[in-house]
Design a protein around this ligand. Sequence first.
Ligand code: PMP
Length: 460
Amino acid sequence: MQNQQRTTEQWRQLDAAHHLHPFTDTQSLNQQGARVMTRSEGIYLWDSEGNKIIDGMAGLWCVNIGYGRKELSDVAKSQMDELPFYNTFFKTTHPAVVELSHLLAQVTPAGYEHVFYTNSGSEAVDTMIRMVRHYWDVQGKKDKKTLIGRWNGYHGSTIGGSSLGGMKYMHEQGDLPIPGMAHVEQPWWYKYGKDLSPDEFGVVAARWVEEKILEIGPEKVAAFVGEPIQGAGGVIIPPATYWPEVERICRKYDVLLVADEVICGFGRTGEWFGFEHFGFRPDIFTTAKGLSSGYLPIGAVFVGERVAQGLIAGGDFNHGFTYSGHPVASAVARVNIELLRDEGIIDRVKNETGPYMQKRWRETFSQFEHVDDVRGVGLIQAFTLVKDKSKRELFPEFGDVGLMCRDIFFSNNLIMRACGDHIVSAPPLVISKAEIDEMLGVAARCMETFERKLKDSGLV
Ligand code: PMP
């Protein structure tokens, strides 16, 4: 019943022959061959050559609980034996989804009592887009259709999510964005802050949202959507003044405020949700990833009281997925959330491992000549590779040196990610202090190699 045992080379050849990877240049990957991951435990992965790898990215920012939790595989098996599938469309429900919804209403702040299930973050975002437009229709405000996102924001790969997201290289493929999407600049102080203090800049960046609302006309704007911390955009952490001001602006113009919590949700910042860290209250928030710690695909849209009551009053919401509230994914998510809560994992991120990581992260990387804006909160952190620290000058081809740096980490069995020239990390939330030391020890040696290579290749 196990996967067939083959040599690394055989796996690579079959992979190259048949498997199209996401966000990948297939030709170039197939020339190198993919790394074959075969096993995992805690914060570690093993590849098919037996190398032990530190996963500084928790998979794709999702394995919050860490790898190898038997409680999750056990509940998946018993749920599969009992009721592997039933839908929730036609006047039916099942215990797994009922229990999960009940538990989620307890771990979210008061006022988010309703949840709609999807299979992924992208589907959660698309669901939210349809939901906010439908909500305004039900209110009789049929012109309120436009959603405002941010450049460099990431909201998934579906047509709705990638249109709302602000990744220009995604818009270039497939005739995006679709109509009814607008974008404002990201609250990235290092690049755009100039002489302002971060707090002053936070207010300025929030006012870009106001300017866009006024440009479009508040009567046409349905929602503003943002990740509390932009993840794939390079862990852009807005100044503390940003979100409260955005919230004030959304309220002023009666625009719904949506937080995309797909990365920040379920403990990443040391709070259950990123909006709790920044002190604002979205009308809706989207989640996935940490909801099941990636063990099975599931996403959820949490709907605040105002929108929930509007939707409930509006009759049929003609939207849903075969696997909305899938029993096995729901059961796994429930046990995952119970473990995050009952083992105090999120509290530890807030009070112990998060602060330790942030202190050690800054100590480790600030000393390098071409590293600046060393930043992070909880267990999400980053730094930016820069040409000249004294002038806050980035490299001209944003992303090239980032990839070079990422590849050095990867060949030294440490996974961190390059988002442009931002090097980012988000390890499993169960990482210990000793493992943080181990991870940063490897990273520091890699950075020495990287800076030597930068000089040798004449890039600085
Ligand atoms: N929103 C955000 C903020 C994300 O980071 C991601 C995925 N990285 C998504 C949405 C899309 O999630 P998925 O890949 O599960 O569709």
